[in-house]
Ligand binder design. Structure first.
Ligand code: NAP
Length: 456
């Protein structure tokens, strides 16, 4: 039988690359996803024609179960829960890579080189799946988001991973001598998965974006290595693409947070004292009517969205408001922090969904150059990314470059109540003399402001 899989793989690889390029621009991102999705469907289809493939009933059953669960979950998930869904799907990719590794290692019917590759892929995949589960639980709020820290944590982590890897090496070096050495795989898998859980626990608060993108990169690398181990070149290339994109994203997120990726790997950051600071000043509520007046008399308005805009699904109202202000001749721009929200590019996705023109979006550095000339900064459900505490050593946010909203002339913060940001610390901005608090759900608050503006 002719092997048609390889030519189809080449085509799907090209389609993956096209998809990835299109995802690089918000205007073409949707079609990029479609390209990648169709390429994936063809890759899976082509794999069914690999000569000598058996267990077809099992394969189809697995595809059916996975497709039904994935389809229903993707349709039902609220947009605000998307980050945890991305985290868990990422983990599933790593789990799939680890499963392939497990089968290859148990069979040990392949060369020592391939077994070594499979083992390395398994270590990376195991750490990624376990860590992704912790990221999911933290983002879902099912375990506390703050760093979980215990005594001698780093030493314990190191011992767990070292012993796990030793079992792996024991298996690699002795499996051909004694069948019982195969059982070394059990502690190998348990300990490396255990390390994945342990490594993610001390990372919390604002540092999660780096971790999530790191798991993304690790999953890609694990898939690529397993592709190598079983000589599936579509997997190798897809894995390399995901690994490379994930690595670039990790570095971008680390730069955005001013964190070092090496420190994450050592499990050494996120370790911050519980907050003992007290913030002076008081919170000054404002009415929607007064906000409308402030906006109507402003020359320049900065809109600063954060997780609360996603949570309130306020992006459409935000767009209506910005359209109204622009129609009144007011200069408006959106200040976008790279880690605002709960997933990389979260704000860009929501604002694109609402049709906000891209040229109104300013990145952090551009926005920071402009804040001093801004009459009113409208902070819509953002907290950590505008918290000047990031400039104070010892706080959970210390070192993260923020949006310098406190440099603008007036600030209005839209939030529901006394909720803290993701990092769980007080925000000095809210207590400043120039800051007023418009309490309520962001969508409802903006609707009221729009109503009041119409009256002016
Ligand atoms: P944030 O620090 O999580 O703060 C969100 C604010 O929105 C809270 O102050 C909350 O206060 C308010 N809020 C929530 N629901 C609201 C609603 N319906 N209406 C109005 N306000 C609402 O958000 P952020 O400034 O965007 O910062 C993002 C944080 O998440 C950073 O620490 C970042 O590191 C972290 N993170 C980011 C990613 C990523 O990839 N972007 C991933 C994981 C974690 P109330 O409760 O008082 O309303």
């Amino acid at each position: 039988m002719i092997d048609i899989t390889q030519p189809i793989y080449v085509l799907t690889i090209a389609a993956f690359v096209i998809g990835l390029i299109r995802m690089g621009n918000p205007a073409t991102a949707r079609s990029g996803i479609l390209w990648a999705g169709i390429a994936m469907a063809f890759s899976i289809g082509a794999t069914l024609f690999v000569p000598g493939l058996s267990n077809l009933v099992l394969i189809f059953t697995a595809i059916l179960i996975g497709a039904v669960i994935g389809f229903i979950a993707a349709r039902k998930v609220a947009i605000v829960d998307m980050p945890q869904m991305v985290a868990i799907y990422n983990g599933m990719g790593a789990g799939a890579a680890s499963s392939i590794a497990a089968i290859e290692l148990i069979r040990f019917g392949t060369s020592s080189f391939n077994l070594t590759i499979a083992l390395v892929g398994a270590i990376i995949g195991n750490v990624s799946i376990a860590g992704s589960v912790i990221a999911f639980l933290k983002l879902q709020g099912w375990i506390r988001q703050k760093p979980i820290i215990f005594t001698l944590q780093q030493a314990a982590n190191l011992i767990v991973v070292a012993v796990g890897v030793l079992f792996g090496i024991l298996f690699l070096t002795h499996h051909s001598l004694l069948i019982s050495y195969r059982s070394a795989l059990i502690p190998f898998f348990i300990l490396t998965i255990g390390y994945g859980f342990l490594m993610a626990l001390p990372i919390g608060g604002a540092d999660m974006p780096v971790l999530i993108s790191l798991y993304n990169a690790m999953t890609g690398i694990a898939v690529g290595l397993e592709g190598f181990a079983i000589s599936n070149y579509a997997m190798v290339v897809a894995g390399i693409l995901v690994g490379a994109a994930g690595t670039i994203l990790t570095l971008a997120m680390a730069t955005a947070m001013n964190r070092s990726v090496v420190a994450i790997l050592a499990g050494g950051f996120g370790k911050v004292q519980e907050e003992s600071r007290t913030v002076s000043g008081n919170l000054k509520p404002i009415s929607s009517e007064d906000v409308a007046v402030m906006l109507a008399y402003a020359s320049t308005v900065a809109i600063v969205p954060g997780f609360g805009m996603a949570s309130a699904q306020a992006q459409f109202k935000v767009r209506d408001l910005s359209d109204m202000l622009i129609a009144k001749g007011i200069k408006v721009f959106f200040a976008i922090h790279p880690v605002a929200g709960r997933m990389p590019g979260h704000m860009n996705v929501l604002l694109a969904e609402a049709g906000v023109p891209y040229d109104l979006l300013e990145d952090r550095d551009e926005a920071n150059r402009a804040f001093q000339d801004v009459d009113v900064s409208l902070v819509i459900g953002a907290n950590d990314v505008v918290n000047p505490a990031a400039r104070i050593p010892g706080t959970a946010l210390y070192g993260m470059p923020i949006l310098d909203v406190d440099k603008s002339k007036n600030v209005v913060v839209l939030k529901r109540g006394a909720g803290k940001g993701f990092a769980g610390i007080e925000n000095d901005l809210f207590y400043m003399d120039k800051t007023k608090m418009l309490y309520g759900d962001a969508q409802e608050s903006i609707s009221k402001v729009i109503q009041e503006l119409k009256k002016l």
